[in-house]
Design a protein around this ligand. Sequence first.
Ligand SMILES: Cc1ncc(COP(=O)(O)O)c(C=O)c1O
Length: 392
Amino acid sequence: MPLPDPHQQAKTPFIYLNNAATSWPKPPEVIAEVTRCLSQPFAEAGRSAFFSAPDYPAETRELLAEFFSAEHPDRWVFTANATDSLNTLIHGFARRNDALFHVVTTDLEHNSVLRPLHALERDGCLSYTVVPSDPDGRVDPCSIKKAVRPETRLVVMTHGSNVLGTVQDIRTVGEYLAVNDIFFVVDGSQTAGLVLLDLSQVSLDAFVFTGHKALYGMPGTGGFWIRDPTRVAITREGGTGTDSRTLSHPAGMPERFEAGTPNYPGIASLYAGLRFINRTGIDAIGAHDRTLTHLFTRELAGHRNIRLYSSDPDLPVISFNIAGIPPDDAGYILSRAYRIITRTGLHCAPLVHERIDNGTGCIRVSPGYFTTMDECRKAITAICEVADSADP
Ligand SMILES: Cc1ncc(COP(=O)(O)O)c(C=O)c1O
């Protein structure tokens, strides 16, 4: 089967600007690797005597460990997505800390952080404080410090905002928390694959990633890295292919957090996605994204009816509203009249919208590595035409 050329795919009669939700198109090698994976019997480490290359879970853990400079590939866990990772970590941490404890988080968080915290608060397990971001979309590390109380045991914070495209200073936050022995979980869903992160240089306890955004894997992939697995209780038991005689779920890594049959094709897509980034270079990807992002912010900032919510995003995430046109309507016009795919609404991050747009939601455009300048210029023209027609 000939594989689609991403540049040809990008010439389809629509312009895809929703990479912050899920990247598209996928690199050809990702599609090839998934096809290869599905074309052969799975090599199940520990469960079958037959091995065919590659052992996707083992090799992908090695790639992740190298990519993020974190020793011990076994501390990389595969999950269904970032949401699954955050649930595993937050609920598992809560189970390890049975006294009512306090958590600090931020108003930039996705519901995959906010909802587990809310559910645990409702059940009387914890209380939490939400630290607001500043008008530039950044959380001042000092405000995290100020929110910490004697009973604070956990801080959960996004590395990159999926609404404002701002990258947070997790290094400074991590240094302070490490000294105070506060468990630090970072949600890297928007940064993994876009921002070079050296986990040997940052004091954090768990780093969450999703596979289907800038790591170019399939939807339904993700995982986390954990420094000390014993700090998080096992919340899901099942088959691991190891220690099958005992009815207690194995405590060793990575089985501790991986029960049941792995998503082999998904992990194969991640394997190929990481190799694609290594081959292309994260710097080249970042440079391309920055050029496109600046083009959008420069052109849209000048329009009288457009309000940008982040004038200088670090990530290719540009959020705005058009005065007089509700965001869902603007998105509908862009998709129907111009065949431009954006994302509108609250982007599953409700708290930040209370600050930036009174909770109405906004339009988000997120170009990716395969987005061309020409596509961005067409999109800018379309957005400006819609804004010209607005009656604020
Ligand atoms: C910041 C952030 N956290 C978490 C998630 C959830 O990711 P997943 O779809 O892998 O569960 C997203 C996805 O939109 C996100 O942007």
